[in-house]
Design a protein around this ligand. Sequence first.
Ligand code: BGC
Length: 435
Amino acid sequence: MKAQCSNCNTIQDIPKEYAGRNIKCLSCKTCFIAQRFVPPPPVPITAPLPEPGSVIMLVLVVLLVSYQSWAGTKGGCKLSGGAMEIRKEQFGKTKDGQTADIYTLTNENGVQMKLTNYGGIVTSLIVPDRKGQMADIVLGYDNLADYIKDSPYFGAIVGRYGNRIAKGRFTLNNVEYKLATNNGNNHLHGGIKGFDKVIWPAQPVRQNDAVGLKLTYLSKDGEEGYPGNLISTVTYLLTNNNELKIDYIAVTDKDTVVNLTHHSYFNLAGQGTCDILGHELMLDADRFTPVDEGLIPAGELKGVKGTPMDFTKSTAIGIRINQDNEQLKYGKGYDHNWVLNSSDGSPAPAARVYEPTSGRVMEVYTTQPGIQFYTGNFLDGSNVGKGGKVYKHRYGFCLETQHFPDSPNHPAFPTTILKQGKTYKHTTIYKFSTK
Ligand code: BGC
């Protein structure tokens, strides 16, 4: 088939299996997404046609150059069909002298993800826009020291309990547990030293259609106040379908509560470039869990219809965010849990985000019953991130798939109790494409 470079407009022959992939232009050597070139309608011929022999020569030369370029993938960006890669480097040392590594995963399409085994943090995720231009679409830092110093959970695994537990207390099997409080008098995202601040022993994963990293962490009985030795395994996979797939597994030797999630701040226009208010969001959720001023759910599942919480149809995030609405005031914007319509145990569509200027699309699928949509309301320009980018108010959004906040204190919510001998198992997929 023929494809036209979106950068220099050169039309070139490519094998049809490369359609939709990121390839290197034979002429200007930049990457572009190969789309079938449809020639414009013929214009009247005013100049004489070249000799038939010279046309054949030209076609042969184009084919030969194309073949050589695909056969030898030299330099520059990764060619479509290129080998998947995992590269490991040192990232730095924690305060107690542990080494953190950083892994660079690349899929066949040249999509690249970096992640560190400190907190299981995704530090960068580089995906194409509708013209094939690559950009990093997650917020984060260039070095470990900045993550250790001050990170609002950029890209991290959050646990043992993602989101809030009121007053840091809950009762399980008639025993009251007191957790570390780190958000006023509430417990947030696992406490003072949650799963985002520990080293996870890592093991690279190679599959037919994906590369990844398997991270394991033993959270000891009593850590941050939780009962039970909990072994969590989080496997990040970057697939050739341009998906970031996260599998969570956990087992415990004593009944406990668990709610693991992932906390990337996305900006599909490119990290640090602008706020996310122009992104359009669809949530497959007819209800949400209203909260009080401390962002603790009251227990009710409330319909979104007729409220600024209604994202059942794709809507720009910024259109209603500043409306005079109690829930938006409590959250200082969106910072709420939506009750997903489908939770039958298999990964079901939960959210879809479209960024109109780049054409990037992110779809979220999950086995979880809820999703926290947070619009970076606490970002205030004090975090200076990758490449010196300043992360201002609402420069990123999070879609944290999860059980509902404060579930241990709401028996009517889907349970977050993990019994000794049982296995906690969840999957979330973030899928990237363009339109
Ligand atoms: C919470 C926010 C919190 C943020 C921390 C989100 O998951 O819902 O309230 O401020 O994490 O960065």
